[in-house]
Every structure is written in structure tokens, then in C-alpha cells.
Design a protein around this ligand. Sequence first.
Ligand code: S3P
Length: 427
Amino acid sequence: MNSFEKINGLKGEVSVPSDKSITHRAFMFAGMSQGTSIVRIPLISRDTMSTKAAMQALGCNITEFEDGFKVVSDGYQNFKEPFGIVDCGNSGTTARLYTGLVAAAQKFVVLTGDQSLSKRPMSRVIKPLTDMGARIHSRDNDKFLPMTIIPAELQPTDIIAETKSAQVKSAVILAALQTEGTSSYTEKVQTRNHTEIMLESFGYNVQVDGLKITVPGKAELKAAEIIVPGDFSSAAFFIGMALMFENADITIKRVGLNPTRSGLLDVLEMFGVSYEKEVTSTVGEPIGNIRIISSSFKGCKIDGPIIANIIDELPMIATLGLFADEPVEIRGAEELRVKESDRIAAVAYNLKQLGAEFEEYEDGLKVYPLKELAENPELKSFDDHRIAMINIMLGKRFGSQIKIDDIECVDVSFPTFIKMMESLELS
Ligand code: S3P
């Protein structure tokens, strides 16, 4: 069990680690392009190293270079068949995007993952890719990893989304890029669009018309240099700290501000919280700095299309309900049940330990302001990096009476989380 000393405030500047979603995509597109690409300041974490290894298994030569990696490849047209089983570890993004990538590359590939990933639905990518002609089989009637992808020629197809998932959208785009003819994917709601934006850097334009993305196939991707911005989802924990701690003044530098990711800033407005935002670059992914100072905040109900743009921040937003003046209610977030853990159940478990009043729904939670902390709460991280980071914040907020079972799993996305928190001026 882990515990922390109580702090009241945090002040100063942080540069959060680079974006996880963008790093995965940078390794994949660099590997799909012919020539030498550079991925600068990538996120180096357990998840992104799974993608790097998966691309190496296809014959891409990836070596450390200056502030990142050099990726030398003969392009997707010349991928090698992986010699062994490709292990996606804990990473849903690796498993889902890579399935689309190799299904169209016509290679025999076997994918596996850790315990958590092996419980997460894969049918959401198997179904549209099978509609395109892919041959994929996986455990329990094509639901879960392990998965086998058998060489097959894909046909251009118009896919209508059945899930609100950027991973599924990206898997289809990665397959469509390699397929002769023009395919399309129509989203249910706008999900993160890093794939669409990054393709431009690799010299390729997909056509986006509202929720429909049209992808002409047999893409000639040109090797490129990608500089990865800070991860908004990691910055979100520091934004949350400003609302959780009494005496915080935090500036987050060089963070990605793509609106399909930064819905938390809209939630701050719903909370009645002001913050400063300085946009420093708008070429490709928007980047900038955020400054936020402790303040009281009102509750709100969050539902609708914004959910896709705060999907990874929702467990923390729900937990912030403990510190708001009124309840925080989240609905329409059933996707949280199939993340690294069942994040609705995980948050509910920890709220119960804390002695909080809350309601759990199939698609969300309603969390009431905390009246009195229970005695000696024991929080669980459920082997989920984002739940562990919330627990660490709560541990620092309430002090050593809070015990946390696992904090190691933060290495999936933010290995330096505690160190970065402690690098601020603590009071
Ligand atoms: C991701 C998309 C989201 C997100 C995940 C990363 C991506 O998943 O939760 O952490 O990189 O495309 P879904 O698209 O399945 O919701």
C-alpha cells in the first residue's frame, strides 16, 4: 500500500510528457512511409513502446536519434511478416490501429495483450475491417485478443461508425490508405482527429466533410518529421489539481490544444472557472500554454458530443465533483466501461471508499460534494494508469490516511507523474 504526505497547494510551471495518441500515430505513419522519418520528443512510456516494437516487427528500423527516434522503412508496400506474436501490452490504441494497418498489408499477424487489454472489445475493429474484406479471427467468437489476421485483399468500402471511437476510425483509415480505390468512414460524433491531421504531414490529404472522412487508397506517404506536443490528457491532471487543492497556481507549457481533445476547457467554463490560454502555434496540431489558479466551482451536467472530447478526462472530472459546490453529473459515457478498466465502476469503488455520496448509472456517474472523509480509505487503481493518477492526487490532497494499492501502472502514459507533481513549489 502507498500513501503520501498531505499538501495544500502547488505552484509553478510544468511541461507535461508528449501526447500518447500522436506518438502512436507518428510511429505508425513513419513506418508506413518510404524513407527516413524523424519522431521528435515522442512520449516514451509503456504504451508507445508497444507500438514502436510492433512497427519494428514489420521490418521498420527504429533507432534513437537526437531528441527522439529515426524511423527507416521501405513503406507499407514492403512490410515483413512479423516473426513472432506481436504483444500490444496494455495499449488499446496499438491493438486497434495496428489491426487496421496489418489487415490491409496482407500479412499473417498474431496479436496479444496483457490481462486488461485482453478483456477489451476488439469486435469494434474486426467488424468494419471484415466488411472491407479482411480475414480476422479472435478469441471468444471474434470478440477479444488474442487475434489472428490472415492475408486478404481489401476492397474500398463506405463504413458507417457503430461506436464513438477514434481508434476504430483510425484503424479503418489505416486500412483504407493501403486499399485500391476510395473508402469512407462516417463518424457518429467528432472524435479526436490526430490521424487526419498527421496524414497531411506525410504528404497525404484525406477529405473531411462534417463527420465523413473520404480516403483515396494506394496512398504514397512521404517520410516526414513529426514534433509531438504535450499531452492534453496528462495536462488535465494538473488542471484538476488547481480545483482540488486550495492554493494552486499552475502553468502548463507546450501542450496540445486540439479542440477534439481539450473539451475539459469547456467543462471549466461550465464550472464557472476562469483560466488563461495562450496559443503559440496553429500549424497542424494547435499548441499553447494554460494557466489555472485555485478557485471554487459550481457543478454541472455533462452529456452529448463533448463526451468524446473529454473521454480520458471523465474519471477525473467525476472525482472533482467531491470538491465542487454542487453535484457533477456525467451521462452518455458508456464507453468508459471498456477502457483500461471499467472506469465508471473503478471511480464508484473509490468514491465509496472515500465516504462520498454518488449515483452510478450504466452510462455515467453523479457525484455530490464530499461532506466528510471516511476513515482510512483504501483506494484501488485497477491496473489503470488514469485511475492511479487520480488516486495519487487524492492521496496528496488528504494525506497519509489514504492508502493506494498500486501506483506503478502510471508508466503506461505518464511515468514521471509523481516527480513532476513534486517538482512544483509545494505548500
Ligand atoms: C485514443 C482514443 C480514445 C482514447 C484512448 C486513445 C486514440 O479511445 O480513450 O486513450 O489514440 O485514438 P476510443 O477512440 O476507443 O474512445
